[in-house]
Design a protein around this ligand. Structure first.
Ligand code: NAG
Ligand code: NAG
Length: 181
């Protein structure tokens, strides 16, 4: 094809914009408490106050001398079974990108920690992201602790730049494929 169908280019622009907006929110697990057993943070409650989207980053911050992060199956999550994790993270500042919808289960693999509540279920809902129209997240908001700032998790400048770069590459790839570049 020689000419760009206008509607197609418009759709491309919109989808690139969607990619930029949908990606890159960083969710620090436990907020200021981080990933710990101290004070027994309620990670279930933390998770229900968030809206997780594809491309978001889940950050676990903890003292690596005392904790770790293991991604596990649902059965292992329920049983606090750390014998065969799908992935293990041990740096103390682990940023994990969420690239698939559905549940992502994480536990601390140190003896007894999962049992005492150090586990979290990151659930990326199957619907397209429309956070502002989600009654579930606004209903959950009043139970947030006072230290929490309202609104969605902040984008870091770095991850926004990465998203934009990714979106531009995607656009260029599509244009190239269609013979425009
Ligand atoms: C823990 O998970 C592994 C791998 O799925 C399994 O072989 C083992 O039987 C489990 N242990 C317990 C106590 O459930
Ligand atoms: C963890 O890493 C992020 C960047 O990936 C950084 O912004 C943050 O300050 C780090 N946190 C700690 C406690 O080092």
């Amino acid at each position: 094809m020689a000419m760009a169908p206008r509607a197609y280019v418009m759709a491309l622009v919109l989808s690139v914009a969607a990619v930029i907006h949908a990606h890159g929110a960083v969710h620090k697990v436990g907020d200021s408490a981080g990933w710990t057993t101290i004070g027994s943070p309620d990670y279930k409650q933390w998770a229900v106050t968030k809206t997780f989207e594809l491309g978001d980053v889940i950050r676990f911050e903890y003292n690596p001398q005392f904790h770790n992060v293991m991604r596990v199956t649902h059965a292992m999550y329920r049983a606090c079974n750390a014998t065969a994790p799908l992935a293990t993270y041990t740096t103390g500042n682990d940023s994990i990108s969420i690239t698939t919808r559905g549940h992502h289960y994480f536990i601390c693999g140190v003896n007894g920690h999962c049992q005492s509540g150090q586990r979290v279920d990151i659930n990326v809902l199957p619907t397209t992201a429309t956070p502002s129209s989600s009654p579930a997240s606004s209903m959950a908001a009043p139970t947030l602790s006072s230290a929490q700032s309202p609104g969605p998790s902040s984008n870091t400048a770095a991850s926004s730049m990465a998203s934009i770069a990714k979106a531009l590459l995607l656009a260029m790839a599509i244009l190239f494929h269609l013979g425009f570049a």
